[in-house]
Design a protein around this ligand. Structure first.
Ligand SMILES: Nc1ncnc2c1ncn2[C@@H]1O[C@H](COP(=O)(O)OP(=O)(O)OP(=O)(O)O)[C@@H](O)[C@H]1O
Ligand SMILES: [Mg+2]
Length: 234
């Protein structure tokens, strides 16, 4: 479904990604992990069309998309939940969610998706009329993920959903992602919580200093000595 072929990308003269290649098959739940500053968010931004790669190709559903503007890419079925959330603070939770459904024009279908989202995140249903800006950090995070789901995406790019959340909310967020995967949504997840992430994803890529240094089934990656030393503190 998604393929990155030898992507070089960065900011101005700063090159961050070096020949990054990765693949996500339809229905797969894939993790991208690595240390701070490795280029994980840059990779997601490149797929979302917010950064144009200097070299290489991003291929989605058989089409090269790296020359397309971000809004066309998102309409094409790629939803990007960034670290900084981008919620409308002066609108209610419900309004934020409905705005996320821009690609779904049918009102009936919008409400069906909203029902489903509320079943994943009961807390959002309880607080649907609260202004997004007055929600706690954890609640805002859930709201952003939920909004990313509202467009009924084929592929979700999720950047560090557990960052700053207490453990019980981390579990809520992870189980929501798993239920989403069970609904057939393909997910590329960036996470600091490497231990948990390697438990429930199908495959993982390790990105260090802008290069993919390892890939494989998550269970196998978890057994790797380097991964255990560098990320799992074993
Ligand atoms: N807008 C920008 N302009 C210039 N440099 C940037 C910009 N965004 C990121 N960088 C740099 O690119 C490198 C990779 O950043 P990136 O955000 O992709 O890392 P990351 O792997 O997501 O790290 P973290 O785990 O801390 O989120 C870093 O050195 C960062 O300082
Ligand atoms: Mg990041």
């Amino acid at each position: 479904m998604l393929e990155l072929k030898k992507i070089d990308a960065g900011y101005g003269f700063l090159q961050v990604l070096w020949e990054v290649s990765l693949e996500v098959e339809e229905g797969e739940f894939v993790a991208l992990v690595g240390p701070n500053g490795a280029g994980k968010s840059t990779t997601l931004r490149t797929v979302a069309g917010l950064i144009k790669p200097k070299a290489g190709k991003v291929i989605f559903d058989g089409d090269v998309i790296n020359d397309l503007p971000a809004h066309i890419i998102s309409r094409g079925g790629i939803s990007y939940v960034s670290e900084d959330l981008n919620l409308f603070r002066d609108m209610s939770v419900r309004e934020n969610l409905i705005l996320g459904a821009y690609a779904v024009t049918d009102r009936e279908t919008q409400l069906e998706i909203l029902e489903f989202i509320f079943s994943l995140f009961p807390r959002l249903e309880q607080r649907q009329n609260q202004l997004a800006g007055t929600m706690s950090g954890g609640e805002r995070k859930m709201c952003a993920i939920a909004r990313g789901m509202m467009s009924n995406p084929k592929l979700m790019l999720v950047d560090e959903p557990s960052l700053g959340l207490q453990p019980s909310l981390v579990n809520d967020v992870f189980s929501a992602l798993l239920r989403l995967r069970d609904q057939g949504v393909t997910i590329l997840l960036v996470e600091q919580n490497v231990n948990a992430t390697l438990e429930f994803t199908d495959r993982a890529y390790i990105l260090e200093q802008g290069r993919i240094v390892m890939e494989g089934p998550s269970k196998e990656v978890k057994q790797n000595k380097h991964v255990q030393n560098a990320y799992l503190g074993i």
